[in-house]
Design a protein around this ligand. Sequence first.
Ligand code: GLN
Length: 214
Amino acid sequence: MVATIGVLALQGGYEAHARVLHRLGAVVLEVRVPAHLQGLDGLIIPGGESTTMTIGVERERLAQPVRALARAGLPMFGSCAGMIMLDREHLGVMDIAVERNAFGRQINSFEADLELGPDRELDGLAEGPVRAVFIRAPWIVEHGPEVEVLARVDGHPVAARQGHVLAVAFHSELADDDRLHRLFLGWARAYARAGGASEAGGSGGLARSRASQP
Ligand code: GLN
């Protein structure tokens, strides 16, 4: 089954996510307005600049429909600024508080090999750590009981899961490692099989005609 994944394309690194998704055989739709949310099996919020993205989300009135889809079980995946956007103060999809640019100026950008877990599904990544590219990255300062921390750097949570929502402070789409995207596509396919997309409005001609080319 082919999954249809929306990538929020208001600003930031949405094309890098789209490239990984295309490579893995997904249909990719760029999401800019609420109508573009119809018929999705998953939604990715890319890295970029969360202040600019927030302005776009408010202008297009995207927060409420995105929250409604999260409540309905649509799998979501945010990376870097995408993690910020998923937090309590922005889209309100995850029960997390996030500090922007938390690693400070000294270590603006760095790469690390991260072991993710413990989590039954994510332990499927056990063949080795994930290569994580951090660029002016945030970390999680506080989270609710439903949030499972999957990885830390210097004791600070940088990857977390709340049910069908995954957030990472790094850019998994930039490293040569697509295991997180594969995992996410598995969730999206399960959502599609359960009839999620049709309940959320069906994958109509409009959505299909917006499919971007690899
Ligand atoms: N520092 C950015 C912000 O606060 C996030 C950086 C990124 O997405 N690479 O929005």
